[in-house]
Design a protein around this ligand. Structure first.
Ligand code: CO
Ligand code: CO
Ligand code: CO
Length: 322
């Protein structure tokens, strides 16, 4: 997307604090000395059969881009594609799921737009606010930072298994819990501790989004593959080769920017490239601030989290996985 967007005429505005050039999660526009607007849009096709849960996941995912910038969601608009031949009750369930998540985020759902389409698609355009000095971009990680991931990986692999009806109900519930969880508490802790950089983990997988931070910040990121939180069931499915096509696209795209140093098994490499749906935040923060954040998460965060690596001066590759 960023490659296509950069073909558009460049935007020059002193008020645009974050634009399209750094592949960040959202644009940020300074209104005055105290307030900046965060603007995002995201939508996708169903990842689960249940329309209410799908609505929740899509909305949590859309809201996440505001959290990833350190902001607070304020207003949301529905973006809906829906086949006219399907029951309107299904649409109502999707919208209810979205509405419940927006409410949980403390934002207001104030409208939207629906078009007729062959396949349902749903998401939100979200407006958030933030103090202009508190914006957390994806391009300010510093050597010496440590990296914290706030949700476990494996969602793309598990969604593939859900579609093939190959997943036990127990594991399915765990994946849904992770996908419907807002990144609000993750962001609250990050803002409190004072992070240097952040992004949320979505379609490009952990390595793709790590690469965006590393490249934007001109640093290298060293990931400790043994410390990665992984949702139960993903490893078994990855070992069987049940990997979504997006994981291979991510791997190809990254190429030599990622180096696997030592013994990182193939299935684990696939999990690191696995596209996530409504994944967690990847937070880069000074080491001395990390304990405060880990304590806060230990008390408040309802998803698995971990320190997964560190930031170094720029090396030959942007990403080194050990
Ligand atoms: Co994002
Ligand atoms: Co997004
Ligand atoms: Co950001």
């Amino acid at each position: 997307m960023a490659q296509v967007l950069c073909q558009l005429p460049p935007i020059n505005s002193d008020r645009l604090l974050v634009g399209i050039d750094t592949a960040d999660d959202a644009a940020v526009y300074k209104l005055n000395e105290d307030t900046a607007l965060i603007q995002t849009l995201d939508f996708f096709t169903p990842v689960v059969d249940d329309p209410y849960i799908y609505g929740q996941i899509a909305a949590a995912n859309s809201l996440s881009d505001v959290y990833a910038m350190g902001g607070k969601p304020t207003l949301a608009l529905n973006i809906v594609c829906f086949p006219a031949c399907l029951s309107m009750d299904i649409l109502a369930e999707i919208l209810k799921g979205g509405s419940d998540k927006v409410r949980e985020a403390g934002a207001l759902l104030v409208g939207g737009h629906t078009v007729d389409d062959n396949e349902p698609k749903y998401g939100l355009s979200v407006t958030g606010i933030i103090h202009p000095d508190k914006v957390i971009s994806n391009s300010n990680a510093k050597p010496g930072d440590i990296l914290i991931l706030t949700k476990p990986l494996g969602l793309g692999i598990l969604n593939t298994a859900i579609k093939a009806e190959m997943l036990s109900e127990g594991i399915q519930k765990k994946a849904i819990h992770v996908m419907t969880s807002l990144n609000n508490i993750a962001a609250e802790g990050m803002n409190m501790a004072g992070a240097n950089s952040c992004t949320d983990i979505t379609g490009f997988g952990l390595l793709g989004h790590s690469y965006e931070i590393a490249k934007g910040s001109e640093v290298s990121i060293v990931i400790d593959s043994k410390s990665i939180p992984i949702i139960e069931g993903s490893i078994e499915n990855a070992k069987m080769g049940l990997i979504p096509a997006g994981a291979y696209r991510n791997k190809d795209y990254l190429g030599k920017n990622v180096v696997f140093d030592g013994d990182v098994p193939e299935y684990l490499q696939d999990i690191l490239n696995d596209p996530q749906t409504s994944g967690g935040l990847l937070i880069s923060l000074p080491k001395e601030k990390s304990q405060e954040l880990l304590d806060f998460y230990g008390k408040n965060l309802k998803t698995e989290f971990a320190i997964i690596g560190e930031v170094t001066e720029k090396q030959d590759s942007y990403i080194i996985v050990k």
